[in-house]
Design a binder for this molecule. Structure first.
Ligand SMILES: *[C@@H]1O[C@H](CO)[C@@H](O)[C@H](O)[C@H]1NC(C)=O
Ligand SMILES: *[C@@H]1O[C@H](CO)[C@@H](O)[C@H](O)[C@H]1NC(C)=O
Length: 347
């Protein structure tokens, strides 16, 4: 009896722990979020960032390792014209901890999120408008860049990475970089994530560079999607991408059903869908255990496929895609044999 109790305690302890480099899984959260609009044309960032904090606290109670918020979740998609963007955007200094460093004038929202990340000991991914002062020849006329930006905080609240959206979708306020960024960040649980934003999903660069050249196995993604029937709803697009690239895909969607904007999920590549929602309840947090993918196996398979490709005289084989799929299948079978937890909440 005593022994049973000890075991039970040990199991409870194990199931409530932050992920480690050795662990087979990590715990992810994505938030389906409907941002508040301000009444008097003031920036709604303060109010929405406070609501983010309560989601981070909720996730912390479940010992989540990484949480993702949607595109435009701080501001709504109804941004003012560029001239009025000042209060709707912020500096985003890299390797800076807004919670305990104070020499750069960042938006109050960044401090709030940074402190919440620190308090909750989790990686936090937010999307927010970045302003970047600029005084060279190639600067925009108003002396600053504005980017649709993804910012990533580590467990101490430090901003460790940022990514600027490459493929804007009718967002005249924003600039783009001449060369797209390929952004990855490492975590203390030995998973390297890549990231991109919404419309980027439909283009090769930088999304496929992450998976096919840099062999990233896990993606954090924010979106404000406009779903279309029959095959173009947000969660269809998210699960398709995750499946075809066989990556873990953490997707957080903006919730505004009047615009057919809804849909978030945690996808496990070829292993299917851990959780997904179209937000019937409005705001919603999804939490799931995510099995780590074996980067080495993936890389070896890709190398194998490339060797096949260049064996023949001509470089273009019409069967290459088929070989790639077959090698992925082999990899899948390899993964199935390994010792994976079998109790995923498959949707
Ligand atoms: C980290 O991941 C790589 C492959 O993805 C693996 O080879 C390595 O052993 C892992 N490190 C630890 C400490 O588990
Ligand atoms: C993405 O990959 C392509 C090759 O497929 C390469 O030409 C391009 O330069 C890469 N983009 C970046 C930003 O590295």
């Amino acid at each position: 009896m005593q022994l049973h109790c000890v075991c039970l305690l040990a199991i409870i302890q194990l199931s409530c722990q932050l992920s480690t480099p050795e662990a087979d899984t990590y715990k992810a959260a994505v938030v389906e979020f409907s941002p508040r609009v301000s009444n008097n044309n003031d920036s709604p960032i303060d109010e929405n960032s406070k609501r983010y904090v309560s989601f981070i606290q909720q996730a912390a109670a479940s010992e989540v390792d990484i949480i993702v918020f949607p595109e435009d979740g701080m501001t709504t998609i109804d941004l003012p014209e560029r001239e009025k963007m000042d209060a709707w955007s912020t500096l985003i200094p890299l390797n800076y901890n807004p919670c305990n460093q104070h020499h750069i004038a960042v938006h109050e929202a960044l401090k709030r999120i940074s402190c919440a990340a620190r308090e909750g000991k989790m990686y936090v991914v937010i999307n927010i408008a970045e302003k970047l002062p600029c005084d060279g020849e190639r600067c925009p006329e108003d002396g600053k860049f504005l980017f649709n930006c993804q910012a990533i905080f580590d467990r101490q609240g430090k901003i460790i990475a940022k990514y600027r959206k490459t493929h804007l979708f009718k967002e005249p306020q924003f600039d783009i970089l001449q060369t797209p960024e390929i952004i990855t960040f490492d975590t203390d649980f030995n998973v390297t994530f890549g990231t991109f934003i919404c419309f980027d999903m439909l283009f090769k660069e930088p999304a496929l560079n992450l998976t096919r050249i840099h062999h990233v196995t896990d993606i954090v993604y924010s979106t404000a999607w406009f779903s279309e029937l029959p095959f173009f709803t947000a969660i269809q697009s998210q699960s398709e991408w995750a499946y075809s690239e066989n990556v873990n895909f953490l997707a957080s969607g903006y919730h505004k059903p009047q615009l057919a904007s809804f849909g978030s999920g945690i996808y496990l590549g070829k292993k299917g869908i851990a959780k997904a929602t179209i937000g019937e309840m409005g705001d919603e947090i999804l939490i799931a255990d995510v099995p780590k993918k074996n980067r080495k196996l993936l890389t070896e398979n890709i190398k194998g496929a490339l060797r096949w490709k260049y064996q023949g005289k001509s470089a273009e084989h019409i069967h290459d895609e088929f070989r790639r799929k077959r090698s992925e299948q082999t990899e899948l079978e390899g993964e199935r044999d390994s010792n994976l937890p079998s109790d995923f909440n498959v949707w």
